[in-house]
Design a protein around this ligand. Structure first.
Ligand code: SAH
Ligand code: SF4
Length: 355
């Protein structure tokens, strides 16, 4: 299968042209067509010689995504289901925020981390996405804006779709470099957030990457017992190890970390849990904040339900009392299955029934 040209950083694209006996400026022309004019066929690159177009066509595809379903929510959230060249399905979500247009991307087909509350973890990982397939999700949304013609631009990215981004680290990094490139889409690193379930060794590596991209960690529990019961990964990377990696990251980057905390009724939302969480973060209050997230019900995981408003508020107040930065996150697209992996798992079930 031919790779997508979106998987090449600018320097790699230039290297390809030079290796193929072409002039370097051709790489700039192609880059411009890809990220400014956003064409989807090499034949549309009208300032390139015919032979070069043929060579590119032989070697690469541009857009590896085939759009299967688009759902628009009343609040403007748009959810896309895409089919990959090998027929796997992935999803991407656009959220219209006050500060801009934010896109949530998928990094793997399925997820092997297997958190017990998550729809994505229901399906084991079939494969990693290539860097090009991750970049293409951003371009699909950008082209959707281009077609609407009102000048909207993808300004923010959250790597919070299906998959564990740090389990596909190299492709994630290439993706980040492509979308951040100032001569291309130029999406600012500070406008990009990568979320991990807590692969401690990769958090350390990420601390050294030099990009100013934000980091979010799916914490979801204040002690090992609760965390292991909902996140299997806590056996390999228990809180002690995770917090050492967090300390290292904070030391290296001096940038804030977000801790994501899904509020699961009677699982992790008791007052004692809030006290434990405040204790866990007590020496890093300046550089961390906690995002309290409403749980999106997943029908296969019916043992979990959303915490009551009163419980969320009580939890929040305890964190505040201890000086922990916390926000109660607003949710998006509840009428269109916007939780991670939900549209995809629904579609797959439908396919099973109809095929
Ligand atoms: N694998 C990475 C990134 C993708 S999941 C990670 O786990 O961080 C992105 C976020 O969505 C995580 O914080 C995850 O715990 C959360 N999430 C998963 N299922 C959810 C659900 N049903 N409702 C609300 N949040 C969910
Ligand atoms: Fe994977 Fe993240 Fe879902 Fe856990 S929450 S199963 S790590 S996608």
């Amino acid at each position: 299968m031919k790779p997508s040209i979106y998987g090449l950083e600018k320097a790699a694209l230039e290297a390809w042209f030079i290796e193929n006996g072409e002039k370097k400026f051709r790489a700039n022309q192609v880059w411009e067509w890809l990220y400014h004019k956003r064409v989807i066929e090499f034949s549309e690159m009208t300032n390139l010689p015919k032979e070069l177009i043929n060579k590119l066509t032989e070697e690469f595809i541009i857009d590896p995504l085939n759009q299967v379903v688009v759902q628009e929510s009343k609040d403007g959230t748009v959810k896309y289901l895409f089919q990959l060249p090998d027929k796997h399905m992935i999803e991407t979500v656009l959220m219209r925020q006050e500060y801009g247009m934010s896109v949530c991307v998928t990094t793997q087909v399925g997820c092997n981390i297997g958190c017990t509350f998550c729809a994505s973890g229901l399906l084991k990982k079939s494969r990693d996405l290539t860097a090009g397939e991750i970049v293409a999700q951003i371009l699909s949304v950008q082209r959707y804006f281009d077609q609407q013609g009102n000048g909207d631009r993808v300004s923010h990215i959250v790597v919070m779709g299906i998959g564990e981004p740090f389990d596909n680290y190299d492709n994630l990094m290439t993706f980040l470099h492509v979308v951040n490139d100032g001569t291309g889409l130029a999406i600012g690193a500070r406008h990009i957030t990568v979320s991990t379930s807590g692969l401690a060794h990769k958090i350390k590596e990420f601390a050294e990457n030099g990009l100013q991209v934000n980091l979010a960690i799916s914490l979801h529990a204040p002690n090992n017992e609760v965390r292991t019961s909902i996140m299997r990964i806590n056996r390999n990377f228990p809180l002690e190890k995770l917090m050492l990696a967090v300390d290292y990251y904070l030391e290296q980057t001096n940038r804030r970390i977000t801790f994501e905390y899904i509020m699961l009724s009677h699982v992790n939302d008791r007052e004692e849990h809030a006290e434990q969480l405040a204790a866990l973060l007590k020496d890093k209050k300046k550089l961390t904040y906690v995002n309290l997230i409403p749980y999106n019900k997943v029908s296969e995981h019916d043992q979990y339900s959303r915490s009551s408003k009163a419980d969320v508020l009580a939890f929040y107040n305890i964190l505040k009392k201890h000086g922990v930065n916390a926000v109660i996150r607003k949710e998006f697209g509840t009428d269109i299955d916007a939780a991670c992996g939900q549209l995809r798992s629904k579609q797959i079930k439908k396919d099973k029934v109809t095929s």
